[in-house]
Design a binder for this molecule. Structure first.
Ligand SMILES: NC(=O)c1ccc[n+]([C@@H]2O[C@H](COP(=O)([O-])OP(=O)(O)OC[C@H]3O[C@@H](n4cnc5c(N)ncnc54)[C@H](OP(=O)(O)O)[C@@H]3O)[C@@H](O)[C@H]2O)c1
Length: 315
């Protein structure tokens, strides 16, 4: 079968032939139809050695496990079921074996490419927003709000009745964010008034420094990325009197519990009913992945980018 693999240079990825996976205990075989591209994968591809296999998100169809010599376990989705979920890596492939706890069924009415866009970005938004507890009436600041995680975070925070300020890098990147629930859309953090109960921060560098300045007394800054790849320096004496918290978050750390399938099902239900918009900026053939990754690198995608697997006939 074919899979996308790191080239180890500016080409980023190429299609290569790899052995078919087989499902281990507790795993399900999935024929992948669509995957989404996350900034974290792009970053890793810029530093990975040739041969490294990227891919967290996937959506597809449960494969016939008997054909691969493994009988499906009781209670597992039957072959042909549409499923989506999150792998530890390697999902940019025609077929993957993934723990059953990491996937959920795709509800009727939700297209496979929309399902593929949900897992990493959706779970990150959902789980970072849970960190401080009840958000009703809270002021929430979302940096990188035009991006994959940001668009979900704005909507999910608003569903929790928070008042959301969305931060973008350029005015045109703010388009549509008010419609997703942002009370205010700002370009950069200069001049923004503080007092945020929660800041979702993945810009790093200056953006994190500003987040620590803008967080309210006893508020929380969740740092979950460093899109700028820049270090942060900040004045501790401005920060500690507020007794605010700086919390890290990494979505891949906590995926094997029972909650992952529930959270995925929750996101899919919201997306299928139209309560959660899945803004897809690009749907490309996976053979064009390199161009998609370059557009993500150049900040030319507002929302998620999805790759569709074109298939070869199986012999
Ligand atoms: N810890 C975790 O578990 C976890 C999970 C998912 C994502 N992440 C991280 O969270 C961040 C957002 O992920 P994503 O998939 O939503 O990415 P994305 O779709 O590319 O969105 C990132 C947004 O950040 C903004 N940005 C600000 N400064 C930037 C810079 N110097 N370079 C690039 N973008 C910049 C961009 O908005 P403008 O163009 O408007 O400036 C962009 O819309 C990334 O850093 C990613 O690695 C972490």
């Amino acid at each position: 079968m074919r899979a996308l693999s790191a080239t180890g240079d500016d080409g980023l990825v190429e299609l290569i032939r790899v052995p078919e996976p087989s499902a281990g205990a507790g795993e399900v075989l999935v024929d992948v139809r669509a995957v989404s591209v996350n900034r974290g994968e792009l970053h890793r591809l810029t530093t990975a050695a040739a041969g490294w296999r990227p891919g967290w998100d996937f959506a597809g169809v449960v494969a016939d496990q008997k054909a691969s010599g493994t009988a499906p376990a009781a209670g597992r989705p039957v072959p042909g079921t549409r499923v989506f979920g999150i792998a530890d890596g390697g999902s940019w492939a025609e077929r993957i074996a993934v723990p059953a706890a990491r996937l959920a069924a795709i509800p009727d009415g939700l297209a496979v490419e929309r399902a593929a866009a949900l897992p990493t970005a959706g779970l990150t938004a959902l789980r970072t927003l849970r960190i401080p507890g009840d958000l009703a009436g809270a002021r929430v600041l979302v940096t990188g709000a035009a991006g994959g995680v940001g668009r979900f975070a704005v909507q999910l925070a608003r569903r929790c009745k928070a008042e959301v300020t969305a931060v973008v890098g350029r005015p045109e990147r703010g388009e549509g964010l008010a419609g997703l629930g942002a009370a205010e859309v700002v370009v950069g953090l200069e001049g923004v008034e503080g007092g945020f109960d929660l800041v979702l921060e993945a810009g790093g560098g200056e953006s994190l420094r500003e987040a620590l300045r803008l967080v309210a007394p006893h508020g929380t800054v969740v740092s979950f990325g460093n899109s700028s790849r820049a270090p942060t320096s900040f004045s501790t004496s401005d920060f500690y009197p507020k007794e605010a918290s700086l919390r890290g978050f990494y979505v891949l750390n906590d995926l094997d519990g029972p909650r992952t399938a529930d959270d995925l099902a929750h996101l899919a239900r919201l997306a299928a009913t139209g309560e959660l918009a899945v803004d897809i900026a690009a749907v490309d053939d996976w053979r064009d992945a390199r161009a998609t990754l370059h557009r993500l690198r150049d900040r030319r995608l507002a929302g998620k980018a999805v790759l569709l697997m074109t298939r070869e006939k199986r012999g």
